[in-house]
Design a protein. Structure first.
Length: 269
């Protein structure tokens, strides 16, 4: 996957402290409108997690202030990490087949999906595993600049790209597969058919019926048969009520057995 890499010279101000283990610890920060998630990890996996929820959907200015507060208040973040990665986790993105993607038209792919501002920075993640698709999304300039000043160099991606890269390693060869990555207020829906990605999007949900509606509508639109398609639900905790509701309409429903490992594959870049 082609990452967004930011590099600069020496950091202008010293904001971190060194310790003997810092040289092997890395940091991934998930940035979404309803909260923040910080993951420190090394070669063995995730070491520490820190979550901060927002009462309401936050704008980039509010998100940055919350990030600054976390760095002031949380000792676990006061380290000189070997690597820092931002993972944007919002709905301002779209997937574009690589065969038709033109860098000069990046804004055109996204302008019908979201309200664009003059200050918005468009970014593209390319070469997502074996998939011939690019992710076009908005990276918040103020947050990028903050990490630029803090770490000197870092990478950033969209969560959607990390999902697709992971899924590309397990493309189904027979029955169509439907993946639901369930989050607090939204979920990613990904469909593979005939070894190809045919649908990938993010939908909001307030109730499990919302998840059912968007899933059945999208699978029907893509001519999937509920009797033969396989559905895999990825969630931190298995919600029996949702699982049973899906199973009422879909014959094959399964869940991710090892969610911690699934999460590590996404955030441990």
């Amino acid at each position: 996957m082609k990452s967004q890499l930011v590099e600069t010279g020496p950091v202008s101000m010293q904001l971190t402290k060194n310790s003997p283990n810092d040289s092997i610890k890395k940091l991934s920060v998930l940035i979404h409108q309803d909260g923040l998630s910080f993951y420190t990890y090394d070669a063995t996996g995730i070491l520490n997690t820190l979550h901060r929820e927002f009462k309401y959907a936050a704008n980039p200015i509010e998100i940055l202030q919350s990030i600054k507060d976390c760095y002031k208040e949380e000792a676990v973040l006061d380290s000189a990490f070997a690597k820092a990665t931002l993972i944007y986790h919002h709905n301002i993105f779209t997937s574009v087949p690589a065969s038709i993607y033109k860098e000069d038209h990046a804004v055109d792919y996204l302008k019908y999906n979201a309200r664009m501002l003059e200050t918005d920075v468009l970014s593209t993640d390319e070469k997502l595993g074996d998939l011939k698709v690019n992710t076009v999304y908005i990276a918040y300039a103020n947050i990028n600049n903050y990490f630029f000043d803090r770490y000197g160099s870092y990478e950033y991606f969209h969560y959607s790209s990390r999902l697709l890269e992971l899924r590309s390693k397990e493309l189904p060869t027979l029955q169509p597969q439907v993946y639901l990555d369930i989050k607090k207020s939204h979920f990613y829906l990904t469909i593979f058919k005939n070894e190809k990605l045919v649908a990938h999007n993010l939908f909001p949900h307030d109730a499990i019926e919302d998840i059912l509606y968007y899933t059945m509508f999208t699978t029907h639109h893509n001519d999937l048969d509920p009797e033969t398609m396989k559905m895999i639900v990825c969630a931190e905790q298995k919600e029996e009520e949702l699982f049973n509701l899906l199973y009422t309409y879909v014959r094959y429903v399964d869940d991710t057995k090892d969610y911690p490992n699934y999460l590590e594959q996404i955030v441990c870049v």
